[in-house]
Design a protein around this ligand. Structure first.
Ligand SMILES: Cc1cc2nc3c(=O)[nH]c(=O)nc-3n(C[C@H](O)[C@H](O)[C@H](O)COP(=O)(O)OP(=O)(O)OC[C@H]3O[C@@H](n4cnc5c(N)ncnc54)[C@H](O)[C@@H]3O)c2cc1C
Length: 398
């Protein structure tokens, strides 16, 4: 007998779940998206996919690797369907712990069959970005094989494939309630009618506090501001621009310009400038950045990349990252039978979406939990204070 599964949210996470669910012959999949596919946080993303990167801890290396192989596999299969730009990544290490982290990432990258090196020789680093000020830098990791994707394009490619495999995709359809009998999900109420379902997977990103409220759950989920500037360098750049990562900010090319953003691991959930609980529907597509962000960024650039200060601002926007207190997603079952969560991907949703999609689909269809789902259940927040203390203790110094 087939199983009727509803996925709420057509961002990169929900699209991936719908794609993997549609591989099961006995899954009847309906994806509900209130706007268009990939138009939420996903549309505002840098979608960098760096192999040498501290935003997803090495504990989750297989998550990073599976995601990268999955997306580059899609690109190989259907060139132009992921927006992949293979720019490489330069990750500069300003202090010892960070250096060790980068060196471990280099080893993992090489062991996984990709190219990577760690350089202490500043002249080598300056061959990649000649304008950097490397005073105080210990070295840098370089991987020429990675780059960034177009997250909205990825989501649309996955949904197109899911639809081709039989999934029902309902865009412009808002889920307004989740119905239950006893403590079990029976379906959803939408602005286009009611749907009877065996299970619902909530992949609404920063909206998940609202949708979880439909089944009476209060999620430990904050919004952090992901503020972006598109810098237009005054004299243009006469070298290919890779992804540039420092512990506190990162940059990548955006056509002939530079996309620049504060690293999400620097966000402090107790600082009201960075974090809060807001209504994602109030966010405009462009504009809305805070003065503090400009000050932060000019300070960073002044120290390490003064040439970029000679730029005008071509565009700016703010996205809300959905962050649980340990900055890791919430995955799997909940106290409400048939209501599952794939929320809180924070600043790593593009990297994590393929593994989340694969593992959530398997769990929904077979009941089998991967180690990833076992590691990141909602139940880990029964003592939020303890989780926050542990997360702080393991955070790299910024
Ligand atoms: C500036 C910025 C830079 C980033 N850079 C990176 C990066 O380099 N690498 C990386 O891996 N990640 C990055 N991220 C994070 C990544 O983009 C997010 O984690 C990811 O896009 C979240 O995807 P999602 O599907 O969970 O949420 P969303 O994309 O927000 O999707 C949720 C969807 O649910 C829909 N929805 C909400 N409520 C309802 C409802 N009631 N009914 C129907 N539909 C509903 C919304 O319309 C939305 O489309 C970045 C994020 C930002 C903002």
């Amino acid at each position: 007998m087939s199983k009727k599964i509803g996925v709420i949210g057509g961002g990169i996470v929900g699209s991936s779940i719908a794609y993997f669910l549609s591989r099961y012959d006995d899954a009847e999949v309906t994806l509900f998206e209130k706007a268009t596919i990939g138009s939420g946080t996903t549309a505002k993303s840098a979608a960098t996919f760096c192999l040498i990167d501290d935003s997803v801890a090495h504990e989750f290396w297989s998550v990073r690797l599976f995601g990268f192989k999955f997306y580059t596999g899609l690109e190989q299969d259907e060139p132009g369907s992921t927006g992949f730009e293979k720019t490489g990544t330069l990750t500069v290490a300003p202090y010892k712990d960070y250096e060790m982290y980068v060196q471990q990432a280099v080893d993992l990258t090489v062991a996984s069959g990709y190219r990577a090196e760690y350089w202490r020789d500043h002249a080598k680093i300056l061959e990649v970005i000649p304008d950097l000020n490397l005073d105080g830098a210990l070295g840098a990791g370089w991987c020429p094989d990675d780059g960034f994707f177009d997250a909205t394009m990825l989501a649309n490619t996955l949904v197109r494939r899911a639809r081709g495999a039989g999934a029902n995709v309902m865009t412009g359809t808002k889920v307004e309630d989740i119905t239950t009998r006893g403590d079990k999900v029976t379906g959803v109420v939408t602005d286009k009618g009611d749907f009877a379902l065996d299970a619902v997977i909530d992949a609404t990103g920063p909206w998940a506090r609202t949708t979880a409220g439909y089944v009476g759950l209060e999620l430990p989920l904050w919004h952090t501001k992901a503020e972006v500037f598109i810098l237009v360098p005054a004299a243009g750049l006469e070298y290919p621009f890779p992804i540039l990562k420092y512990p506190r900010f990162y940059a990548r090319k955006d056509k002939d310009n530079i996309f620049i953003c504060k690293a999400h691991m620097t966000m402090d959930l107790s600082d009201t400038t960075h974090a809060g609980i807001w209504d994602p529907d109030d966010l405009p597509m462009t504009g809305g950045t805070d003065a503090y962000f400009w000050e932060f960024l000019t300070g960073e650039l002044f120290e390490v990349y003064p040439r970029l200060l000679e730029s005008s601002i071509g565009n700016e926007w703010v996205g809300y990252r959905a962050e649980p207190p340990d900055f890791l997603p919430i995955l799997g079952d909940t106290p409400v039978e048939g209501y599952m969560l794939a929320a809180g991907a924070g600043g790593n949703g593009v990297i994590e979406a393929p593994t989340i999609g694969r593992d959530m689909a398997r769990f929904a269809m077979t009941g089998e939990k991967s180690w990833y789902l076992e590691r990141l259940p909602l139940s880990r927040f029964s003592d939020v204070g303890k989780v926050v203390a542990e997360a702080q203790a393991t955070k790299l110094q910024r």
